[in-house]
Design a protein around this ligand. Structure first.
Ligand code: SF4
Length: 435
């Protein structure tokens, strides 16, 4: 029997969770999970198809793994995730090296297909309720894990392919989420990061009411250090939610609210349901409540004028948002925004990414300057061997995407929180020493 399996996981943290469920299915059926694709008998590439660059990365990775099938031990190459869910018909002919494709709702069938005698090449079911594996194999460092509260999206932003790939919004039951959280905590996780395409919509499809605050209160009864909220849709960032974050000691003083833009005309064309006044209000309220705000902005959306871009820049400058992800618009052929004209030239989009990035950097440096002398709680995570310093982050920073704190100390343990005095800053990051 084939035993050694390697999985290459591409894309976002939601895709990482899918990979972790796959690993669990494989592990329970006796497969051995290894890191080295050269030694694996089965290679699985879990793909992202959100934008063109993600699809290109996915196809490049599949081709690279197909080479290993010729030269290494690999006997089966499987491709899973968003790419086959959306493009299985095209991929089927274009990538004959791939033995089977699986869509995002079919990971529970993975092992059966691997072991079946018949040559099933494509399992991509649309609209099927996903079956989650019990006790997924977490691939993040031991002290934190992502936890999916729902899948799919009903927001239909005009630039986004996700609703057509992931389907309608489907919340997981509270019991299911709490059981998974308990299991994570029992295994050493102290920070649980709640994710979904839209976390704020949690519960509406299942319970007929928005139930995120209720879920947070239930999760807070567990022995967890921080619950962190990602992907909150602005329209549903209510005072009740912000107050819960501000006052509940188990919730990190942090919220991720992808805003995408600030100009009302562009927001409307994007089919976003929040306007600039609401976005300004969220930025002001989070500041007042001491909640770090993360957002993402998209520049170069079709029809975006210099004036509209300037409005976005003015907002980013004055709102002083703690963490910002900046993306250039990517044309996705089957989305409504692809029909909008005029398109913004690539050169202009790249310039706008740089301009907005400089504004964010200047704000970050100003905040860094002000932070010098402060003592902050830092969760220790890693070592930077080049600097010869420890690396951690505060409640106000999510792993992998936000800024960090480099600090010196005599002895520290991964996953523990230490008091660190800030002595300096460098671009987005802080530098300090353990008190
Ligand atoms: S909220 Fe908008 S951008 Fe986010 S997944 Fe849904 S449709 Fe896409």
């Amino acid at each position: 029997m084939i035993k050694d399996v390697a999985v290459v996981s591409l894309g976002c943290d939601k895709n990482r969770i899918d990979t972790e469920h796959m690993l669990s299915y494989l592990n329970k059926r006796g497969y051995n999970i290894i890191n080295d694709c050269d030694s694996a008998e089965i290679i699985i590439v879990n793909t992202c198809a959100f934008i063109r660059s993600a699809r290109e990365e996915a196809v490049d990775t599949i081709l690279e793994m197909a080479e290993k099938k010729k030269s290494c031990k690999c006997k089966k190459l499987l491709v899973t995730g968003c790419l086959p869910q959306k493009y299985s018909a095209e991929l089927f002919d274009e990538l004959p090296e791939v033995d089977a494709f699986f869509g995002v709702n079919d990971y529970d069938k993975l092992v059966d297909v691997i072991e079946a005698d018949d040559d099933v090449r494509c399992v991509c079911t649309a609209g099927r309720d996903r079956v989650f594996a019990q006790n997924r194999i977490v691939t993040t460092p031991r002290h934190y894990a992502y936890l999916s509260v729902a899948d799919g999206c009903d927001n239909f932003c005009t630039f986004c392919t996700i609703p057509s790939i992931r389907g309608k919004y489907r919340s997981r039951s509270m019991e299911d989420i709490i059981d998974e959280a308990k299991h994570l905590i029992e295994n050493g996780v102290c920070e649980i990061i709640l994710v979904a395409q839209d976390v704020t919509r949690y519960g509406i499809d299942l319970y007929g009411r928005y139930a995120l605050v209720e879920l947070l209160r239930k999760l807070s009864e567990l022995d967890v250090m921080w619950l962190r909220l990602m992907y909150c849709y602005p329209e549903l960032v209510t005072d009740e939610l912000l107050n819960e974050i501000a006052t509940n000691v188990k919730i990190a003083k942090y919220i991720d609210v992808p805003m995408q833009h600030y100009d009302d005309g562009i927001l409307k064309l994007m089919n976003r349901r929040s306007d600039s006044a609401q976005l300004r209000c969220i930025a002001e309220k989070t500041k007042k409540l001491g909640i770090a705000l993360r957002t993402t902005f998209m520049v170069g959306f079709p029809t975006e004028t210099e004036e509209q871009f300037r409005r976005l820049c003015d907002f980013a400058r004055s709102a002083d948002i703690d963490n910002i992800g900046i993306f250039a618009y990517s044309t996705e052929d089957d989305t409504p925004s692809a029909k909008l004209k005029p398109r913004v030239p690539l050169k202009v989009k790249r310039q706008r990414v740089r301009t907005l990035g400089e504004i964010h950097l200047n704000n970050a440096r100003r905040r860094g300057e002000k932070a010098v002398g402060n003592i902050v709680d830092v969760l220790y995570e890693d070592i930077d061997y080049e600097r010869n310093m420890f690396v951690g982050r505060t409640q106000g920073n999510a792993p992998e995407i936000d800024s960090v704190v480099f600090f010196s100390a005599d002895f520290v343990d991964v996953g523990n929180v230490y008091k660190v005095r800030i002595t300096d800053f460098e671009d987005y990051d802080l530098i300090g020493e353990k008190v």
